[in-house]
Write a protein that binds this ligand. Structure first.
Ligand SMILES: Nc1nc2c(ncn2[C@@H]2O[C@H](COP(=O)(O)OP(=O)(O)OP(=O)(O)O)[C@@H](O)[C@H]2O)c(=O)[nH]1
Ligand SMILES: [Mg+2]
Length: 474
């Protein structure tokens, strides 16, 4: 397993797909179809409550205002944002037909069919960010908008409303919540085919957290403290929680801010905070020297927090204000989390999807014996050992999340050194690592005598293989 890098996973799967194509006939088409999964970036879905700020955050991560965001209108279709030219959209209907769709000026698309018949929208645009990750925006979870809620569940939960064709095949999820997730949201997250390793929590709208911009405590600091407090109770669902202001991130990452905005804001720099609040609440055309339309524009771009605290910085110009917004937004930490742990396990999840497709093909294809041999060869390759560990971990989370076996699988997956894989710290001498591997190997062998599920049987095979290699010093 020590040899497993994203590159070696990729190379090994690529070799397998070449072997599949070499079987000839329609296996070439199957190899090409599965190859598109291998050559496309991991797919990260953004989910959360109605109005949690999902579309705003998606725009910020893409670096372009392509997703519609609004205080009133809700996102009503699932949209998959992928890198590509020309900028265009296609709608996949629940009956599997595809329809080209016109782009609206600004953001969003014209749906050529009713939203209730849409499985999801494929939206391509040239974007460096989307070359690394495909981003999927979803309608909010809420019983208030039952149709939207169902649209998200349909593509996320296998077998929901018997619509399997609609699956969006995500590799990781970003879960947005504000104060605390609700019971129904937690239940939804448990039904997703992910492990906490590929689920990242985002405490959204951090700029208006708690009492907000005019409260006693800085909302961003307060949100960071709250995120840290929530990390423990939510550890079984997400591996980290990052506080983010999607609004400040969107404004600073999509080129929306101009010198005109900075100049308008700078006019308010010497006014007392409560007076600023009064100016923004008033419809008086001359209040504060900034007309109502411009006040609304500033508020929509910066939020109350940005308006209140960005005034001094605005005097230094739009570039300075933009830098400040970007820094305070928390988007850098979110990006880091997305490319670090989440990204690593999303890659493994994508490899799992490819192996699952091969397994499925082996089930139905006339050349099933060849395909089965080929897939078994891939699974036995050390480069793909971590994929099997991830699959076992996912199954154990379903049947017995608190079992010792589940914990050991997680330790193996998240460790970056041989010592870490047996639960020791990275500086442990090799002799201590092999001794601990021997001890764990014996314990795993002992446990095979009284297992409680098929998932545990499979997991023990994986643990025994891993500990045998570590005991031999590999
Ligand atoms: N202050 C503040 N407002 C935000 C933030 N993110 C989003 N908003 C505002 O909240 C409203 C809803 O934002 P959206 O991004 O459309 O939320 P959504 O989760 O996509 O909403 P649905 O798709 O309807 O579920 C908009 O008016 C946004 O401007 C944020 O970080 N801070
Ligand atoms: Mg939305």
């Amino acid at each position: 397993m020590s040899s497993a890098t994203p590159d070696s996973v990729h190379t090994t799967l690529d070799r397998g797909l070449h072997q599949l194509a070499a079987l000839g006939g329609d296996c070439i088409d199957h190899a090409n179809a599965i190859g598109t999964i291998l050559w496309s970036p991991p797919r990260v879905v953004v989910v959360g409550r109605l109005k949690a700020g999902k579309s705003t955050l998606v725009n910020a991560l893409i670096g372009a205002p392509v997703a519609e965001t609004a205080a009133l209108e809700a996102t009503n279709v699932v949209t998959v944002y992928r890198d590509g030219s020309p900028s265009r959209a296609e709608v996949l209907a629940l009956d599997s037909t595809r329809h080209r769709a016109a782009l609206r000026p600004g953001a969003g698309i014209e749906l050529p069919i009713p939203s209730a018949e849409v499985a999801y929208v494929d939206r391509w645009l040239p974007s460096a960010a989307l070359r690394e990750l495909t981003l999927i925006d979803t309608p909010g979870l809420s019983t208030l908008t039952a149709a939207n809620d169902a649209a998200t569940r349909r593509v996320m939960i296998d077998g929901f409303e018997q619509t399997r064709t609609a699956s969006i095949d995500a590799d990781a999820a970003v879960f947005l919540f504000d104060a605390a997730p609700r019971v129904d949201e937690i239940e939804f997250l448990h039904r997703l085919p992910f492990t906490p390793l590929t689920m990242l929590g985002v405490l959204s709208r951090a700029d208006s957290f708690g009492e907000g911009a005019f409260g006693r405590r800085d909302p961003l600091t307060h949100a960071a403290a709250h995120a840290a407090t929530m990390a423990g109770p939510l550890a079984g669902i997400v591996h980290a929680i990052v506080p983010v202001s999607g609004l400040m991130a969107q404004t600073s990452h999509t080129g929306m801010l101009t010198e005109r905005h900075a100049a308008l804001l700078a006019q308010l720099r010497d006014i007392a905070p409560l007076e600023v609040l009064r100016i923004f609440d008033s419809e008086d055309p001359t209040s504060g020297g900034v007309p109502p339309a411009e006040r609304r524009e500033l508020l929509a771009l910066l939020g109350e927090y940005g308006v209140l605290n960005g005034r001094r910085i605005a005097a230094d110009g739009a570039a300075a204000l933009n830098t400040w917004l970007a820094e305070r937004s928390g988007i850098a930490a979110l990006r880091h989390a997305l490319t670090a742990a989440t990204g690593r396990f999303a890659m493994l999840h994508r490899a799992h999807r490819i192996l699952a497709r091969l397994d499925q093909l082996a089930f139905t294809h006339p050349a099933r014996d060849h395909i089965r041999t080929l897939t078994a060869g891939l699974r036995a390759d050390p480069a793909l050992a971590a994929v099997t560990v991830l699959e076992d971990y996912q199954r154990m989370l379903d049947v017995d999340p608190d079992a010792a076996v589940t914990d050991e699988l997680r330790t193996i997956l998240t460790a970056t050194t041989p010592a870490g894989r047996v639960g020791l710290d990275g500086h442990s001498p090799p002799a201590a690592v092999t001794a601990e591997a021997h001890r764990r190997l014996a314990a795993a062998q002992q446990r095979t005598l009284a297992t409680r599920s098929a998932a545990e049987d499979a997991a023990l095979v994986t643990l025994i293989r891993t500990y045998t290699a570590l005991a031999a010093g590999h």
